[in-house]
Design a protein around this ligand. Sequence first.
Ligand code: ZN
Length: 147
Amino acid sequence: MIDLRELYQEVIIDHNRNPRNFYAMKDATATVQGHNPLCGDKLTVYLKLVDESVSEVSFVGRGCAISQASASLMTEVMRGKTLAEAHALFKRFHCMLTDEQTSPIGEEKLKVLAGVKAYPARVKCATLAWHTLESALNKEAAIVSTE
Ligand code: ZN
C-alpha cells in the first residue's frame, strides 16, 4: 500500500480531511461524474465557465486520500485559467504522473502529487478528478462551438 510519508504526507492529508471547494455548485455550466472502479473513488466535478475562463470549480464525492486531495488541489489551481490554459495544465499533470520525461508542471502546489507516479495503481486515483474536469471542459467547448 502507498506510503504517504513519501508523498508530502501533510499536504495530502490536509486536503483529504479538509477538501477545498467541496460543494455541489448550483449554477455550474457543466457537471460530470467520475468513477475509478479500481479503487472505488467516485466524484462529481462542477465547472463554471465565464467568458472562456474557469470561474469556479468544485467537487463532491468519496474516495481515497489521493483522489480527494488531488481533486481539492485541482479546484484551487484551475480557478481563473482560460480554457486553453486548463487543457494545457491537464496535459502537464497527466504527463507528470505517467511520462518518463515531463515538462515542468508550472504549479508548485501540484508537485506534492508527483510521487504518485511511483505507485502505478494509484495514478488513476490522482488523475480521476482531472479526467472528469477535462470532460466537463470539452462538453462546454462543444456547446460554445455551436454558437
Ligand atoms: Zn483511490
